[in-house]
Structure formats: structure tokens, C-alpha cells
Ligand binder design. Structure first.
Ligand code: HEM
Length: 387
């Protein structure tokens, strides 16, 4: 029996189940690339192995992003196709990526380290003052939101409103509330783009506004906000949940001299960007299957990131794992532009948690979000005990 006939990878409930990875292993055993009839998304190819994942992500000419890079957006092709970084193929893709590349180098992220440390310690100390907190709201995205405001040079008087809009856009209770808050952010970004086009500064919006049309500035700035906040929030929450469930790993984290490897292992383990979508531009063979022009191909990151042909004992959380060729940030042309920043933010967070917090006590049930775009937690009530 083909397991993909009975289990739907595009259903968030699949990933929220107790051990989806056992099933994923069985699926992978049945073939690297398999036909998948998704109830919500229709026919797709599911890529479950690391090698074939790199084959897809490394060949944008054959596997295009223009038809969408994510399932679950409800639009085909999505708004912004051909006009934003994530939804263009080379060579046009460079038009959108190059202006902001200097903000996302490893060197730039290293330069932020002192600020990141100060901000992160502040956030964790503040959380320690409370009897109980929701980790997702009180810790997960606090630093990425502030850094995003720094990168976009959001004026001081607007910061609270922008942070509030982003929080409601991502954590609002109903989809309508989330949509409304997100819609309110776009005119704000447009106004900022207009202002920075006429009076440029040293920030990310000015960098986009120097070469792009105003609507492209808004689309790409929005992409960076969405890409840069939700992903880090969910990785922080899922990684912390992982550590709470494995006290030995939480203890080992405190003993890591350098948290770079631990951060990458937690990125591999959580793989919150569950999937990446591409559309075949021609007939092609992939993992022994005949993919036709126009077919949609979905790379499943948690499956590739636990492929035993690449990762030794893939179901073991090894905070010293090296090398670690995970694809939590994607691969190739669209490799996450914010990867170095995300790594630096998460490294500082795990560092501050292990320095300042002796114990993380879960309180009641955590709640998974119901999304296959970024799979994480909407709520994670905990009590932190200081060291
Ligand atoms: C743990 C945190 C993060 C994860 C897991 C993550 C994951 C990913 C993945 C898998 C891709 C590839 C998408 C594709 O191939 O179509 C990607 C691209 C992207 N990410 Fe991230 N990301 C993270 C943090 C960030 C941050 C901090 C930013 C910005 C501040 C950001 C902005 C973007 C953008 C703009 C793209 C599109 C790049 C392109 O198309 O060239 N991400 N991310």
C-alpha cells in the first residue's frame, strides 16, 4: 500500500500527530518521489529524500518558483508572482535579492551580536519576572520583531503600532483578524516606501526603493517581515518544546561551548518551514518518476532532514552534530536570505535561556498552529525558573 494514499502530508494534523516521522520513514522507503493526491491541494509530487530535494531546489530552470513557492496560500499563481524575491526565477530573481543582500551577510549578523545579546537577555529577564508566560508571545518573536524594525528603520513613534500589527497579523485569534491586521501593514509599508524613495536612508526599505517600483517594495518588504518573524518565532517555540521534552538535551545545551552546532541541529529537528513548492517547466525524470511540465513538486523539509543516507542516526537529537547538511533554510537560488540573521537570533536565544533559566516548566497544553507554511505553536504556556 502506498502510504500517501492514506496519509495527507498537506494536512497540518499529520505533522501535529505523535510521531509523524515514523510514517515519513515508511513513506520514504516506498520511493524518493511519490504521487500525492492532496484533499486540499489536488495532485502533487512529494519529494521525501535529501538528494532529490537538492535536485529540485538547485535547478530553478526546471523547477520554477513563479507558480508559487508555498501551498496553502489559496492563490495560483499567487499575488506577487514575478515581482518578488521568493516568486521569481533567475535572472530576474537577482533584481529583488541583490538590493538587500548586504543586510543579510554573516558579517552583518556578527555585527549585530552585541545588540542581539542585550535584547535577548532583556526579553528573557522580563519573562522571568512573571509567574507564568506564553513562550510564543512573550519570547518567541520579541527580538526578531525589534531587529526587523531596526533593519527597516521604523521611526520610534511607530514601533509599538508596527509590532502590534505584526503580532495581530500572525497571532490573531481568527483568520479574519489576522488578514485585517496584515492588510493594515501594507499601506504603512507603502507610505514608508514613498518617503524613503524621496529621502533615502541606510535601511532595507531605502535599499529596495532605490531600484524597485513602489508596489514591488511593499511586496518584498512584506515578504521579509513575514519570512523573518514567523519562522524564527516557530523555531524558537518548537525548539524549546523539544528541549522541555528532553531534559538531557536541555542540560547538554548549557554545556555547549559554541551554540552554532546546537542551533543548526534544532533547526534540522524542528524544520518549521515544512515544505517548498515548485512547478516543473518541462517533462523531467525525478527520483525515478516522470514529472510532466506544469506538475507541482513539493519538497518536504522534515523528510529530507531525517534522511538516513545523509544524517547519521537522524532521529537522534545531537547538539554537536557535524556536518549538518539540513535544508531547513532551503537550498540553491532561494536559500533563505535571512539564514545568517535567523541563526544569530536563535543562537543568542538558546544562549540566554541556558545562562539565565534553570528550568522550563510546561503549564497545561501547548497548541499547534494549523498551518503547513510554518508549522509551530500558537501557544506554549510555561513557567521559567531563574538560575
Ligand atoms: C528559522 C528561521 C527561518 C527559516 C526556517 C526560514 C526558511 C526559509 C526557507 C526554507 C526558504 C526557501 C524558500 C524557497 O526555496 O522557496 C526561505 C527563503 C526566504 N527567507 Fe527565510 N527562514 C527563516 C528566517 C528568515 C529571516 C530571519 C528572514 C528575513 C529577515 C527570512 C526571509 C526570507 C526570504 C525573503 C526568503 C526568499 C529568498 C529568495 O527567494 O531568494 N527568512 N526561508
Amino acid at each position: 500500500m502506498i502510504l500517501l494514499d492514506t496519509h495527507d502530508l498537506t494536512d497540518p494534523a499529520f505533522w501535529a500527530a505523535d510521531n509523524p516521522h515514523e510514517l515519513v520513514d515508511e513513506m520514504r522507503g516506498q520511493g524518493a518521489v511519490q504521487r500525492h493526491e492532496s484533499a486540499a491541494e489536488g495532485p502533487l509530487w512529494a519529494v521525501l529524500t535529501h538528494r532529490e530535494a537538492l535536485e529540485v531546489l538547485g535547478d530553478p530552470e526546471t523547477f520554477s518558483s513563479r507558480g508559487g513557492s508555498l501551498l496553502g496560500t489559496g492563490q495560483t499563481p499567487p499575488a506577487g508572482s514575478g515581482r518578488m524575491m521568493a516568486l521569481t526565477d533567475p535572472p530576474r530573481h537577482r533584481t529583488y535579492r541583490e538590493p538587500v543582500a548586504p543586510f543579510f551577510t554573516t558579517r552583518y549578523a556578527s555585527g549585530l551580536q552585541a545588540r542581539l545579546r542585550e535584547l535577548t537577555e532583556q526579553v528573557v529577564r522580563r519573562a522571568l519576572e512573571h509567574e507564568e508566560i506564553d513562550f510564543v508571545r512573550e519570547i518567541g518573536a520579541k527580538v526578531p520583531l525589534t531587529i526587523m524594525c531596526d533593519l527597516m528603520d521604523i521611526p520610534d513613534q511607530d514601533r509599538d503600532a508596527v509590532v502590534d500589527m505584526c503580532d495581530r497579523a500572525f497571532l490573531g485569534v481568527t483568520p479574519a483578524e489576522r488578514r485585517a491586521a496584515h492588510q493594515a501593514l501594507l499601506p504603512y509599508l507603502l507610505q514608508l516606501a514613498l518617503h524613503r524613495r524621496d529621502t533615502p536612508g541606510e535601511d532595507l526599505i531605502s535599499a529596495f526603493a532605490a531600484t524597485l517600483d513602489l508596489d514591488e517594495v511593499v511586496l518584498n518588504a512584506d515578504n521579509i517581515i513575514v519570512g523573518g518573524i514567523q519562522t524564527v518565532r516557530h523555531t524558537a517555540a518548537m525548539a524549546t518544546l523539544t528541549l522541555v521534552q528532553r531534559p538531557a538535551a536541555w542540560h547538554a545545551l548549557g554545556g555547549c561551548a559554541d551554540l552554532t552546532r546546537a542551533t543548526d541541529e534544532l533547526l534540522r529537528w524542528t524544520s518549521v518551514g515544512l515544505h517548498v513548492l515548485r512547478t516543473a517547466t518541462k517533462d523531467v525524470e525525478l527520483g525515478g518518476q516522470k514529472v510532466r511540465e506544469g506538475d507541482r513538486v513539493v519538497v518536504w523539509a522534515p523528510a529530507a532532514n531525517r534522511d538516513a543516507t545523509v544524517f547519521d542516526r537522524p532521529h537522534r537529537l545531537d547538539l554537536e552534530r557535524h556536518p549538518n547538511r539540513h535544508i531547513a533554510f532551503g537550498w540553491g537560488t532561494h536559500y533563505c536570505v535571512g539564514g545568517p540573521l535567523a541563526r544569530a537570533e536563535l543562537r543568542e536565544l538558546f544562549g540566554a535561556m541556558s545562562r539565565l533559566v534553570a528550568e522550563i516548566e510546561p503549564l497545561g497544553a501547548y497548541r499547534h498552529n494549523r498551518s503547513i507554511i510554518n508549522f509551530g505553536l500558537d501557544s506554549f504556556p510555561v513557567r521559567l525558573r531563574p538560575r
